[in-house]
Design a protein around this ligand. Structure first.
Ligand code: ZN
Length: 478
């Protein structure tokens, strides 16, 4: 007997979009068949008529329950929203897996004086999410600062444990010098992981900040002049070159400029395993919006750019040069978010995890005619493949976890703050009209959101062991 049958919906499988029935037993999908062929007695039958049945969303980039720098907020104790709140919002937005971060970012660690063992740091982070997360979770491991030989020596062990991906920055105090990066890339490549990279050219950004300060132009709305297109161009190309020398796969988080899209495309055409992510609010807003009242609420580092950059990101998602959508989820209240008013002091990030799927559906499928299989790729499948969760996650097919979102393409919803479930008092999406919206979320066979209610539990989420497939790290495989 099946525990659950979803019938009557347009099911997006890796092969097709068709009216199919999905059979679930326990936590897994066990059958996908023609309508009426799964007429076994089921514990529950969900009528998905008129809905699109998609793999549960995978959020590849979120910062949950971490301290916000006091020079951004004027307060010592501000944290981004905790796992309960973030994963609750995610569940309402059709997301069933979230990738957050772990790593030792203490001052001593950044100076290379004392660094906790990677597996200890990982376990502490898991303990924070365990029993406090409505959806499944995993962590990119951040290596930062004067990353010592000892940490590089522990990369193999961490990958063995199921870490899958390491994150590095090329700017700010967490920046890793190139020599260290060379060694880290080589080690990650050797043991089958992938690099997640925040790439900005530190020297360009810091020089421009000083220049703008000198000219009295360092107001926050000029953010894009410091975190600029040239910086992205140079940094992406340096990282791509280093990756070529070390045979490592690279996942560029938050591609923001047309230069980034072009650099990724050129690398992929040469056969390099390089993948790009676009944040969903970069598909809507530009640096012009920074100047509006409370316009800095939309700011997420590096910086929103111009309309041709926004168009390049959407085009990249449509034609395959970019692979994933993400949010860089970093939720605070509006007070701390808007406390700073300079390029160096404005708080980054926003509450985005809940809106990514409906906004991306509106921007890409409704406005630009993206196919539904491609849409499944950019909200779930590609992140699962690139970051080592496939085929357990990211597909509606027998053997995969029964993580499913039902999206109603006819539900038109102009967002108000009350529609959203983050632990916050503002939304940059207030007034945005979503044409299509998630109406049911299923995690490993268990309905966790239905009829606008959360029916899952914060003990439902599990840490996911990851292993990146060889084809992902050897060629541009998605
Ligand atoms: Zn981030």
């Amino acid at each position: 007997m099946l525990d659950l049958i979803i019938q009557g919906g347009a099911v997006v499988t890796p092969q097709t979009v068709a009216k199919l029935d999905v059979g679930i037993s326990g936590e897994q999908i066990v059958a996908v068949g023609q309508p009426g062929t799964l007429n076994a007695v089921a514990g529950r039958v969900i009528d998905a008529t008129g809905k699109i049945v998609l793999p549960g969303g995978i959020e590849p980039h979120a910062h949950i329950g971490i301290p916000v720098p006091p020079d951004w907020t004027g307060q010592a104790d501000v944290m981004t929203q905790p796992p309960e709140a973030a994963s609750r919002a995610a569940a309402f937005g059709g997301v069933t897996t979230i990738l957050d971060f772990t790593g030792d970012l203490s001052r001593k660690a950044l100076r290379g004086e004392q660094r906790r063992p990677l597996l200890d740091v990982l376990e502490r982070r898991r303990a924070i999410f365990r029993d406090h997360c409505y959806i499944d979770f995993a962590f990119h491991y951040i290596l930062a600062g004067e990353c010592g030989f000892e940490s590089v020596g522990q990369i193999a062990e961490a990958l063995q444990e199921g870490v899958g991906s390491f994150k590095i920055f090329t700017t700010t105090e967490v920046r890793i010098p190139y020599g260290h990066l060379w060694d880290i890339f080589s080690e990650v490549a050797k043991h089958g992981g992938i690099m997640a990279v925040h790439a900005e050219e530190d020297e360009v950004v810091s020089y421009m900040i000083e220049k703008l300060k000198r000219e009295g132009r360092d107001q926050a709305h000029n953010m894009h002049l410091a975190h600029n297109n040239l910086s992205e161009d140079l940094a992406f190309r340096n990282i791509i070159r280093l990756a070529e020398h070390t045979n490592v796969g690279v996942y560029f988080v938050h591609t923001t400029a047309k230069e980034g899209v072009i650099a990724i495309d050129e690398a992929r055409r040469r056969g390099q395993p390089v993948y790009g992510e676009a944040l969903h609010h970069y598909l809507q807003f530009t640096c012009e919006d920074y100047k509006k009242p409370e316009g800095m609420t939309i700011h997420t580092y590096p910086a929103l750019k111009f309309s041709d950059d926004r168009d390049a990101l959407i085009d990249g998602l449509l034609d395959g040069r970019l692979c994933t959508t993400a949010t860089d989820e970093y939720t605070t209240y509006k007070g701390p978010k808007l406390f700073g008013d300079r390029i160096e002091s404005i708080c980054g990030g926003h509450n985005g995890v809940e809106t990514r799927i409906p906004v991306s559906f509106t921007k890409c499928v409704v406005e630009r005619g993206m196919s539904l299989p491609r849409f499944a790729d950019i909200i779930a499948t590609n992140a699962a493949k690139i970051l080592g969760l496939y085929p357990q996650k990211g597909a509606i097919q027998p053997g995969s976890d029964a993580d499913i979102v039902l999206l109603d393409p006819n539900l038109v919803k102009t967002l108000a703050l009350d529609d959203l479930h983050a632990d916050s008092d503002y939304s940059i999406w207030e007034g945005f009209t979503c044409k299509g919206y998630p109406v049911m979320t299923i995690l490993r066979g268990k309905v966790i959101v239905e009829d606008g209610k959360l029916v899952g539990s914060s003990t439902d989420g599990r840490w996911l062991k990851r292993k990146v497939a060889g084809d992902i790290t050897s060629r541009p495989a998605v």
